[in-house]
Design a protein around this ligand. Structure first.
Ligand code: NCD
Length: 307
């Protein structure tokens, strides 16, 4: 059975097919309105979410399917001490496909070993977030028309931000992509990823401390929130949270066709004045998340049927 735990579980060809399917769904939504009739998606969210959970649920509804699940660990039997393995074993009797978010790295991988239904990792701690990556790839492809020959700046909490971790892995397979990692020293990308993606993977990258010194070179600027819930102490969070605030002044030297992405939620890192600039893509990106999840649910249910 196929699960989606890590963005590298998908080949470049499979990613292209998913993005093509998402484009087709955007162009012809009516053709897909019964594609998942009588199928059920369970959303097991042990950690807060707005976009990911609701876009998964909206995606399944727009495919004519049904949804069930919980939106916090408190409303599940996890509070009674049930293990993730048992929860998933049981839910896979009720649902055809499961999207799961958990604060512990590796929890969806463990779930996949126990589940009788395909598991989609909807975010595991500071580790991976493959469906956000599909959202980001669809957005970059729709905005820029390509996934190669790009200079991409990732800014903010690169240590705990799982969306960046998954994005750099996925992008490492496209040619002539250069990453500029913009963060304070304490929030640099973890060493294991520097080694795996940049050094061994041969991806070109540099690390800088300010947006100003690189803004004129960027095709894509991927902003992120400082991940408060993953800090060991509040004082460090308070000291680092407002390191970067993107405003119109900071965009003065940016390219006219820069694409500004953010997985959201935003705290202070992008001023609301930027929202009206045509280069701000983050709300279009949130909408793309629904379409790419429709494509993913469709493909995964199709391949589960074929087995
Ligand atoms: C991200 C996440 O959960 O990792 N949000 C999302 O899924 N759109 C980013 C974040 O929480 O900062």
């Amino acid at each position: 059975m196929r699960h989606l735990i890590d963005p590298m579980d998908l080949s470049v060809e499979e990613i292209d097919q998913l993005l093509d399917l998402a484009d087709d769904i955007i162009a012809n939504p009516k053709e897909y309105e019964n594609a998942c009739a009588h199928k059920k998606l369970a959303t097991l969210f042990f950690e807060p979410s707005t976009r990911t959970r609701l876009s998964f649920e909206a995606a399944m509804m727009e495919l004519g399917g049904n949804v069930l699940g919980f939106s916090s660990a408190d409303s599940s039997s996890a509070t009674k001490g049930e293990s993730v393995a048992d929860t998933v074993k049981v839910v896979s009797c009720y649902a055809d496909i499961i999207a799961m978010r958990h604060p512990k790295e590796g929890a969806p991988c463990l779930a996949a070993m126990k589940s009788d239904a395909p598991i989609i990792n909807a975010g595991d701690g500071g580790h991976n977030h493959p469906t956000q990556t599909l959202t980001d790839l669809l957005t970059i492809r729709r905005e820029k028309g390509r996934l190669d020959n790009l200079t991409i700046g990732c800014c903010g909490d690169l240590k705990f931000g799982r969306t960046v971790h998954s994005l750099i892995k996925a992008m490492s397979r496209y040619s002539n992509v250069h990453f500029i990692m913009i963060s304070p020293e304490e929030l640099e990308i973890p060493d294991y990823l520097k080694e795996e993606v940049f050094e061994k993977g041969g991806m070109s990258y540099e690390q800088v401390r300010t947006i100003d010194e690189v803004i004129d070179r960027l095709d894509v600027l991927y902003m992120t929130r400082v991940q408060r819930e993953r800090f060991f102490n509040e004082a460090d969070y308070v000291r680092l949270k407002d390191t970067y605030i993107l405003n119109m002044k900071k965009l003065k030297n940016a390219k006219d066709d820069l694409s500004i992405l953010h997985p959201l939620p935003r705290v202070n890192e992008i001023s609301v004045e930027v929202d009206d600039d045509p280069r701000a893509c983050y709300f279009r990106q949130a909408l793309n998340g629904k379409y790419v999840r429709m494509a993913l649910i469709l493909k995964m249910l199709e391949s589960a049927k074929g087995e």
